[in-house]
Each structure stands twice: as structure tokens, then as C-alpha cells.
Ligand binder design. Structure first.
Ligand SMILES: NC(=O)c1ccc[n+]([C@@H]2O[C@H](COP(=O)([O-])OP(=O)(O)OC[C@H]3O[C@@H](n4cnc5c(N)ncnc54)[C@H](OP(=O)(O)O)[C@@H]3O)[C@@H](O)[C@H]2O)c1
Length: 323
């Protein structure tokens, strides 16, 4: 009788990719986990596609919230899927809606059959846009928009330098900056990426090696580092005095910013419902290119994360598919 009661009362389970200890892809296991339940103003989404930002396993908020360890964690915060349950207070979404969005970084992500997120963190996906495309665009496109619109207020004619102009975020920076009418210079690491950068709208492309120096000092109104390693000093030096450097991976050096008389800013993207809606329309109208490098089933999620340190078959996002 006791056993029956326990079985009846146990929470429903789902399959998920989880890490029980801080670390890299080697910590990820595909296993059963409690199926999350939406609270007030939240929804549960049956995940169809979850995209990866490889650096996420190094972000503090992946592992802790307010300084408290939150393992086991589920990674991958960029997703598309179908609303499976709505919490109290959600009025503008219904079970069965196709949505895409970004889960807050300090709670469980979408490498699972289900993810619970605040309803404000998703938008409806337009018919005809695949789950993979929507999941792949959500985070890098919103990050690029926030960098250009809210952090720099980039305007037509301004000179912009993007280091890493064909990465996931870099490719959207290049496309959006071109659409704004800025004069866009990007750095890339190969001739293949050079051709892609030009197709995305770059006016000038610099094929660099990791240790190469910028050619033009003090030449740019705005510079954005979208690579993900340490920001080289030449990026600071490339900005004109009074100009702006945006860094995506870590707070920049105040010392170097002062040395070159520039402002240097780090920000973390915020999920904005209205921006996701704008993005949905842009993707549906094929006005932006969303590149997919490769896909993996959820059961091979660990291999998907491990692929971050291997050469990609083609540029773009790596996406986990949830059957
Ligand atoms: N702050 C935020 O809210 C936020 C949001 C999203 C991402 N991020 C951060 O943004 C960074 C980029 O993320 P991502 O997803 O766009 O990564 P990604 O897709 O891996 O892009 C990185 C790009 O940098 C290029 N690259 C590497 N070394 C280079 C070099 N020496 N010179 C020029 N380009 C170089 C890579 O080119 P190859 O492939 O040819 O090497 C790749 O295209 C990460 O640090 C991530 O954590 C921050």
C-alpha cells in the first residue's frame, strides 16, 4: 500500500540532459529528471529544439543563484516548442501555441523534454519557421540587437568594428549593423568566413590570426568583441577617444578603457517579448540569415556540447532536437 501511494504521489518525470557537478561537457548525463510545473505567470513548453551557446557552461549563473549551488542543472537556454501547460495568471498564451524564447540563465534550461519559463520570455513562432531556426536565432539575435540598439545606439554612417563577425552573435551583429547603415568592418579567421561576412553585409573584412594586431587605431566609433576569449588590447586601441567598446564575455578592463579614453561596457542580454516578436517576423520574412552548423538528438546532448571543441562542418548554431 505504501509503495502504491509513493508511486502515485511521485512527480511526473521527463528525459533531460543534466550536470550534477560544475564542469564541462564531461559532466552532462542523459537521464530522468522531475518534470517542471509552471507557477504564476509561467508556462511549461514541450521542447522541440534547444540551441547551444558553448560558453554557457562557464557562466556563473549556470551553476549558482545568489551564490548558492543549484546543481543538478539543465543547460541550453535558447529553445522552441509547444506550450503544454500554463500557470495561473497567463492570459495571452494557450496550450498548443508554438513558441520560442530564452529561459533565464540562472534556472534550468531547455535540453529536456519540458522547460518552464516566465511567459514573458517567449513569443509565438510564425508558421513556416522551423523550431530549429527559431531556437538558433533567439539568443544571438537578441544579444546583437541589445548591443546595437540599447548599448551603442548605432546610427547610419558610424564606423563599427566587430571582432568575430561570423560567429553566432557576430553574424547577427553584422546583418543588423549593415541594415542600420553603419560602415561595418569585421574580423574573421578564414577565407571561407570572409566570403560569408561579405554576404552578411560587412563592408570591410580583416582575416586575422589570434595574435594579430588591428591595422587601424582610433578608427572606429564603436567596437564589439564577439569572440569569447580575452579581449586583446588592440580592440581598445581601435576605438576613437570618446567612442565605445562592447564586450560580451566578461567585464572589460577599466584600466585599458581609461588609457585609450573610451567607454567599455559589458552587458547580459535581457529577454524582451516584443523583440522576440520582431525577430519572429524578420525570420518569417527571410530578412535575416540563421545558420545551423549541426543538430543532435537530446539523447546525444553530451556529444552536442563536446562538438564545441571540434571543427564544425559548417558555420552556425549547434541545436539539440527533442523528439
Ligand atoms: N553577454 C551576453 O548576453 C551574451 C549573449 C550571448 C553570447 N555571449 C558571449 O558572446 C561570445 C560569442 O558567443 P557566440 O555564441 O557568438 O560564439 P561563437 O558562435 O563560437 O562565435 C565566436 C566567433 O569568434 C570567432 N573567432 C575565434 N577566434 C577569433 C579571432 N582570433 N579573431 C576573430 N574571430 C575569432 C570564431 O570564428 P571561427 O569559428 O572561425 O574560429 C567564431 O566565429 C561568447 O563569449 C558568449 O559567452 C554573451
Amino acid at each position: 500500500m505504501d509503495a502504491e501511494l509513493t508511486a502515485t504521489n511521485s512527480p511526473p518525470l521527463m528525459m533531460a540532459l543534466r550536470a550534477h557537478k560544475r564542469g564541462g561537457p564531461e559532466q552532462l548525463v542523459y537521464e530522468e529528471a522531475p518534470r517542471p510545473v509552471p507557477g504564476p505567470d509561467e508556462i511549461c513548453v514541450a521542447v522541440r529544439a534547444a540551441a547551444i551557446t558553448f560558453a554557457e557552461l562557464t557562466w556563473p549563473e549556470t551553476w549558482e543563484v545568489d551564490g548558492i549551488d543549484r546543481t543538478p542543472i539543465i543547460p541550453s537556454h535558447e529553445f522552441a516548442g509547444v506550450v503544454s501547460e500554463i500557470g495561473p495568471g497567463v492570459i495571452d498564451l494557450a496550450v498548443g501555441d508554438s513558441v520560442f524564447g530564452i529561459a533565464p540563465f540562472n534556472r534550468d534550461g531547455a535540453a529536456a523534454e519540458f522547460v518552464v519559463v516566465p511567459a514573458a520570455c517567449v513569443a509565438r513562432k510564425e508558421t513556416g519557421v522551423s523550431d530549429v531556426t527559431a531556437a538558433a536565432a533567439a539568443l544571438p539575435a537578441l544579444t546583437a540587437w541589445e548591443a546595437l540598439r540599447d548599448q551603442t545606439h548605432l546610427t547610419a554612417g558610424q564606423r563599427l568594428l566587430i571582432r568575430g563577425g561570423t560567429g553566432a552573435v557576430g553574424a547577427f551583429l553584422t546583418q543588423f549593423a549593415h541594415a542600420i547603415g553603419a560602415e561595418v568592418t569585421v574580423t574573421v579567421t578564414s577565407a571561407l568566413a570572409e566570403a560569408r561576412a561579405r554576404r552578411l553585409g560587412a563592408d570591410h573584412v580583416d582575416v586575422t590570426t589570434p595574435h594579430s594586431e588591428a591595422r587601424d587605431q582610433k578608427a572606429f566609433d564603436v567596437a564589439i568583441d564577439a569572440v569569447g576569449d580575452n579581449v586583446p588590447e588592440w580592440m581598445y586601441a581601435s576605438v576613437r577617444p570618446g567612442g565605445q567598446l562592447i564586450v560580451l564575455q566578461e567585464p572589460p578592463s577599466k584600466e585599458l578603457a581609461d588609457k585609450y579614453g573610451i567607454s567599455a561596457v559589458f552587458f547580459v542580454v535581457s529577454t524582451r517579448h516584443e523583440r522576440l516578436e520582431e525577430l519572429a517576423a524578420l525570420i518569417a520574412a527571410s530578412q535575416i540569415e540563421v545558420a545551423i552548423a549541426q543538430t543532435f538528438p537530446l539523447s546525444a546532448g553530451r556529444a552536442a556540447y563536446e562538438s564545441g571543441s571540434l571543427p564544425k562542418p559548417r558555420p552556425g548554431k549547434t541545436v539539440i532536437l527533442v523528439p
